[in-house]
Design a protein around this ligand. Structure first.
Ligand code: C2E
Ligand code: MG
Ligand code: MG
Ligand code: MG
Length: 292
């Protein structure tokens, strides 16, 4: 219901319209102003190499500090942004901000590895999207090799022909490409092998019950094998316990990302983990997600 209302901007308020739908429209209005009012922020979550324990990169995750509602989850406002088209300016803001921050870390000698940015379908499908990425890289002075772009498996497969075209252009520019939430969509392996990508990210829904659900374990194992057979890196999302990390290490998973190591945090909070020339995350739960 709320989704339908969000799509149809001409719809006027009626008694029949439920509170959720009204709420959605109010939120849309606020979201339109969120960028100019400086309410968006990026948090960064480390990705850790399972063999060496080194931080190989960070994923940028957007947060919206709403003046009355407090922190609004991207799981809530990204779909709204996608429906209304607001994802285009928001996505550009995210990309620019992440590149700027990565450039600062480079210039100050802090090796955070690559910075990964999530793309939503409407943003990725823009005809001139590769050109926009190139312009932002130029503007911020960041080399493409430090930027990793994530699209979800379902986005990648939906118009696979177009996807190949977009990915080829981005690949030629030198950015890294990852397929996010892998295992939740309907992949065509024929297409997958034609995508010029470097990484698969196992969706966290498979990691959660890896010890209790034989199907989840089988899927995770299969994705690791598939990735390696295709010469791709594989990252597990949502690693929360030491035993999940152990299991993944035993199965040869390359990298992990999850609350076990670190929650998404501000750039400043991340920098507080920089000691003696490297970032340290010791695999114990640290809780750094604070209010802006
Ligand atoms: P995602 O790209 O799959 O990001 C991973 C999500 O898993 C993040 O949620 C992260 O906080 C969460 N996570 C990481 N480790 C753990 C863990 O150990 N346990 C649990 N339970 N969760 C963990 P977040 O930040 O709420 O983002 C949700 C989704 O919103 C993202 O999923 C992504 O699809 C979307 N998103 C976030 N930022 C952006 C953005 O800048 N642009 C676009 N287009 N989408 C974004
Ligand atoms: Mg992601
Ligand atoms: Mg994901
Ligand atoms: Mg997701």
């Amino acid at each position: 219901k709320a989704k339908e209302a969000g799509k149809n901007n001409c719809q006027f308020y009626t008694k029949g319209m439920n509170a959720t739908a009204v709420n959605y429209l109010l939120l849309e209005n606020d979201l339109r102003r969120a960028i100019e009012q400086n309410q968006l922020a990026l948090y960064y979550q480390p990705q850790i190499d399972l063999k060496t324990g080194d931080m190989t990169g960070v994923e940028a995750l957007v947060r919206w500090q709403h003046p009355e509602r407090g922190l609004v989850s991207p799981a809530h406002f990204i779909p709204l942004a996608e429906e209304t088209g607001l994802i285009v300016p928001i996505g550009e803001w995210v990309l620019r901000e992440a590149c700027k921050q990565k450039k600062i870390w480079l210039d100050t000698g802090k090796n955070v590895g690559k910075v990964a940015v999530n793309l939503s379908p409407r943003q990725f499908r823009q005809k001139n999207f590769p050109g926009k990425v190139e312009a932002i890289l130029q503007e911020t002075g960041l080399e493409a090799k430090y930027l990793e772009l994530e699209i979800t498996e379902s986005c990648a497969m939906e118009h696979a022909g177009e996807t190949i075209n977009q990915l080829n252009q981005l690949n030629q520019m030198g950015t890294f490409l990852a397929i996010d939430d892998f295992g939740t969509g309907y992949s065509s392996l024929a297409y997958l092998q034609r995508f010029p990508i470097q990484k698969l990210k196992i969706d966290r829904s498979f990691i959660h019950d890896i010890h209790d659900d034989a199907n989840d374990a089988a899927i995770a194992k299969t994705i690791i094998g598939l990735a390696h057979n295709m010469q791709l890196r594989v990252v597990a999302e949502g690693v929360e316990t030491e035993s999940q990390a152990e299991w993944l290490r035993a199965k040869g998973c390359d990298q992990v990302q999850g609350f076990l190591y670190a929650k998404p945090m501000t750039a400043k909070q991340l920098e507080s983990h920089f000691h003696n020339g490297r970032f340290c995350f010791d695999g114990t739960v640290i809780s750094l997600e604070s209010r802006l």
